[in-house]
Write a new protein. Structure first.
Length: 208
């Protein structure tokens, strides 16, 4: 019963965190918020973000209210899951793990967006709809640096392959950095590893 409850909590939390991350990154990528999907993202997240924005205004292009809400939800999710498992790290450790997990989730978001765009380019290359437009908005800035140095191969754009490899390498490096971050505190490290194993299991179960 506990495992099922943890699965439900993490599945809904990760889905909402994914939407919040999209809200944060879309302005940086120059998204067109007339896009119905972008409008849906705003509608889903505004009830949580707008009240915080009254207290925490944006700093330049950084939507600090969205950052605060995203970190808070990740923190509460980790705290709740750890409590249900009977192993609760310190508040500082949870904050650190939250930041690492959000960074890792961002990298996975970019990787999945590129992968989906590759698949669509194979099976529906001329398709244009709100979903493909949003994918292009996210992936074009990520692929542009690679396209400058990697020419098409036989008419095929192979830059997404290198982008995915780099993002995957960054994910591995981030995981190693998280372990090294807790290395000086053996007890905190053990708890962090237990908690991270729970999070990895959750990712495998819900595809996030």
């Amino acid at each position: 019963m506990t495992s099922a409850l943890i699965f439900i909590i993490q599945a809904f939390a990760h889905l909402y965190l994914l939407v919040l991350l999209l809200r944060f990154w879309l302005p940086w990528f120059g998204a067109d918020f007339r896009n119905p999907i972008a409008q849906g993202i705003l509608r889903l997240t505004s009830p949580a973000v707008n009240p915080v924005r009254r207290l925490v205004p944006s700093i330049g292009r950084v939507d600090t209210a969205t950052v605060v809400i995203t970190v808070a939800i990740q923190y509460l999710t980790i705290l709740l899951v750890a409590t249900l498992r009977g192993s609760v790290p310190s508040a500082g450790a949870i904050v650190a793990i939250s930041l690492f997990e959000l960074a890792s989730m961002t990298l996975r978001l970019f990787m999945y967006a590129i992968f989906i765009r590759i698949i669509l380019s194979w099976f529906a290359p001329q398709t244009h709809n709100p979903a493909t437009a949003l994918l292009a908005t996210i992936t074009d800035p990520l692929l542009r640096p690679f396209r400058r140095f990697i020419p098409p191969l036989g008419g095929f754009d192979i830059s997404p392959i290198f982008a995915i490899i780099l993002l995957g390498a960054l994910s591995v490096w981030l995981a190693d950095l998280q372990v090294s971050f807790f290395r000086d505190d053996g007890q905190t490290l053990r708890r962090a590893i237990v908690l991270r194993n729970l999070l990895i299991a959750a990712r495998a179960s819900n595809g996030l």
